[in-house]
Write a protein that binds this ligand. Structure first.
Ligand code: SER
Length: 314
């Protein structure tokens, strides 16, 4: 089973690749990215490849030369950046996905895992305990690309029987690689600032509440979705979540570990994006159909983040 991870050096990829290599063997996992990490440059690692997802020819070459059967497609422009560069957001998020789907059907790829996002929801969607099937009318460029992506993967599944699977990820919190250009990034930055400077100025308001997840749960969701039997899956796209908190609530939780920590609020354009997203989402279908069950809540995640980051940041 040869696996290709695209966007391997991003926030999720940089933790998913080691987890997949551990589970399926190092030689079976190819890590591809447009940014090549310093480590792989210096080691000339033949399992770490350069790939621009918009270059379909080189994608095809990597897939056939390495006899790839499974693709994790993680390369994306996140919500805050996509608002500033909408054309680039569309190109990477949609034309990139189209390349994967086309290569998928032409090369008989067995499974494709592609994350969607809570950004598919919009101001008209129910904001609390948002169901899997609901109004999808986002008002952000990122959200528009994710809804279009969901429609595309359903189309390729219906028409070509391509096995593409997706989860709508909430904000992902991790202690290794920083996220790049999302609206939920504050929930990672706050830890670094709390440890280094005992102070954080939040770009979201005090009472803005969003769904979130700790990286170990995100990685296990990706692997569970990959391993789920086709007969378990009644749909292509699932809501998943593990906690929801406001900026004030996470600040309070951090204060329990770092009493001197102070938070201030200075909302910017990302507030408007956050205002259109749900506060909490209902993931009962993922729990029922493929036994999704996260391990970390706000308290456990905060404790682990601080413990791990202390060793590196201080
Ligand atoms: N974390 C993402 C963002 O903020 C949401 O999918 O853009």
């Amino acid at each position: 089973m040869n696996i290709l991870v695209i966007g391997a050096n991003g926030q999720i990829g940089s933790e998913l690749v080691p987890a997949l290599r551990e589970k399926f063997g190092r030689n079976n996992v190819i890590a591809a990215d447009k940014k090549i990490s310093k480590k792989s440059k210096s080691s000339n690692d033949d399992k770490d490849l350069f790939l621009d997802v918009l270059n379909k020819e080189s994608l095809e070459k990597i897939v056939s030369e390495n006899d790839i059967q499974i693709i994790f497609h993680l390369a994306a422009i996140l919500s805050a950046i996509a608002e500033n560069v909408p054309q680039k957001g569309w190109d990477i998020n949609i034309n990139g996905l189209m390349n994967i789907l086309e290569v998928g059907r032409n090369h008989n790829i067995k499974k494709i895992i592609w994350p969607s996002s809570i950004a598919v929801f919009g101001p008209k969607t129910p904001k609390i305990n948002t169901p899997n099937d609901t109004i999808l009318r986002p008002t952000t460029m990122y959200g528009i690309t994710k809804v279009s992506g969901e429609l595309l993967i359903n189309y390729y599944h219906e028409k070509y029987d391509l096995d593409v699977r997706s989860v709508r990820l909430p904000g992902i919190i991790s202690n290794k690689t920083l996220p790049g250009g999302g609206t939920t990034d504050y929930a990672v930055e706050i830890f670094y600032e709390a440890l280094k400077n005992k102070k954080y100025i939040s770009f979201l308001k005090r009472d803005t509440k969003l769904p979130m997840m700790y990286m170990p749960d995100c990685i296990s969701a990706m692997i569970m979705l990959l391993e789920a039997e086709s007969s378990q899956l009644k749909r292509r796209v699932y809501n998943i979540t593990s906690m929801s908190f406001s900026v004030e609530e996470i600040a309070q939780e951090i204060k329990r570990h770092i009493p001197e920590f102070v938070i201030q609020y200075d909302p910017d354009f990302r507030q408007e994006i956050a205002n259109t997203w749900p506060e909490s989402i209902n993931d009962s279908l993922a729990r029922k159909e493929w036994k999704w069950n996260p391990s970390y809540d706000l308290c456990a995640m905060t404790k682990d983040m601080i413990q791990k980051l202390k060793k590196r940041v201080l």
